[in-house]
Design a protein around this ligand. Structure first.
Ligand code: TXA
Ligand code: MG
Length: 334
């Protein structure tokens, strides 16, 4: 089935288009929409059956809870039974924006949204299309990334159409997502708060505001998995095998290429002079935000080329790169 895609102005969304999308949400349908992080696959978060369609379309395991999107703090408070002071300060600083807060859920939130768990993840997105849709729909919108389960998140409408085109009622095409990586997920039901998924809001930005937090990071164990079930599986993965290389990958690319393999090369920082044939080169930025904004699109392009392998030169290990390293590790199945 061909996807129903409507182009929308990303800064000043046309109200008649937003109205159409809001009606689909209100009547229990699925709408894919841009956020400042990645595209989301949205449904009315208060309707069990609408939410079930998300799991169905994505092939998402029912043990993996969804993020609920709301237009503001007042709305968020209606979905929780406790709103800690800490949440006020975090929301004031980072909402609208790419920080998701995990809070104790209220009874109004259907069980399938939270995978039967006692907590609910909430954020206020800053993308004008997402905000306009939330305001117009007047219901909270549950929205995971708009991709098949375990695949790369979509950062433009074409990615959504390729993966889920036949399964959504409408795709709002607001162009590429400026952030390019999924939101930071912070559990504020524990003290100190725990970072469950790194994102473009960094641990130091959070700590500057609320003091020390626990960073789960690389030390993910069984309990962490249960706390944020989405971190369990191989995730954020391109179809093409991905190999991560410290430093210059030139020799590795040459070797693979000499074996007759079609190679994608995600080059870090430096420009490439001699371009071997049979090698697709993606020149990546040495600046973390610009890198994040283009990473998934580069991996999607490599997938579309039908290559044998992608070789990626790893960025530095500083905190600015935490979220990128997290996604790369998962994408490579580590
Ligand atoms: O940037 C984003 O967060 C995007 C856009 C669309 O908002 N959404 C997104 O959703 O990345 P998704 O479903 O792909 O990832 C949600 C993550 C998963 O790792 C999930 O396990 C975790 O958030 N999560 C959701 N609810 C949770 C909860 N109650 N407790 C702990 N982790 C939760
Ligand atoms: Mg996802």
């Amino acid at each position: 089935m061909k996807a129903n895609v409507v182009v929308v102005n990303p800064e000043h969304p046309e109200m008649e288009i937003i109205q159409q999308a809001a009606e689909i949400v209100q009547t229990g349908g699925l709408v894919a929409f841009p956020t400042e992080t990645v595209y989301g696959l949205g449904a009315n978060a208060l309707e069990t059956e609408a939410v079930a369609k998300i799991f169905q379309a994505k092939g998402r395991p029912s043990h993996n809870p969804l993020i609920v999107h709301v237009p503001g703090v007042a709305f968020a408070k209606q979905l929780v039974c406790e709103w800690p002071k800490l949440a006020d300060r975090l929301a004031e600083q980072f909402w609208p924006g790419s920080l998701t807060l995990v809070l104790t859920k209220a009874k109004t939130v259907p069980a399938n949204v939270t995978a039967n768990g006692p907590t609910v993840a909430i954020r206020v997105p800053s993308h004008p299309v997402a905000l306009a849709l939330l305001r117009q729909a007047t219901v909270p919108i549950a929205a995971p990334s708009a991709n098949k389960s375990n695949r790369l998140s979509p950062t433009c409408a074409d990615h959504v159409a390729l993966d889920l085109g036949g399964e959504v009622d409408l795709i709002l095409d607001g162009g590429p997502c400026p952030g390019g990586l999924e939101s930071t997920v912070l559990d504020v039901t524990t003290y100190p708060p725990r970072l469950l998924r790194p994102g473009l809001v960094t641990p130091s930005q959070i700590e500057n505001l609320v003091g020390p937090i626990e960073v789960v990071g690389e030390r993910i164990d069984e309990t962490d998995t249960l706390r944020s079930p989405g971190m369990l599986d191989k995730h954020y993965a391109p179809r093409t095998p991905l190999e991560l290389v410290e430093g210059d990958a030139k020799e590795r690319v040459k070797e693979l290429n000499s074996r007759g393999l079609e190679v994608g090369w995600l080059r870090f920082g430096k420009k490439i002079q001699d371009r071997p044939s049979g090698v697709v080169i993606e020149q990546m930025s040495a600046e973390p935000k610009a890198y994040a904004a283009t990473l998934y699109a580069a991996l999607h392009r490599c997938d579309a080329e039908g290559l044998s392998i992608i070789v990626l030169e790893l960025p530095p290990r500083s905190e600015d790169w935490l979220a990128v390293h997290d996604r790369l590790r998962r994408a490579a199945g580590k």
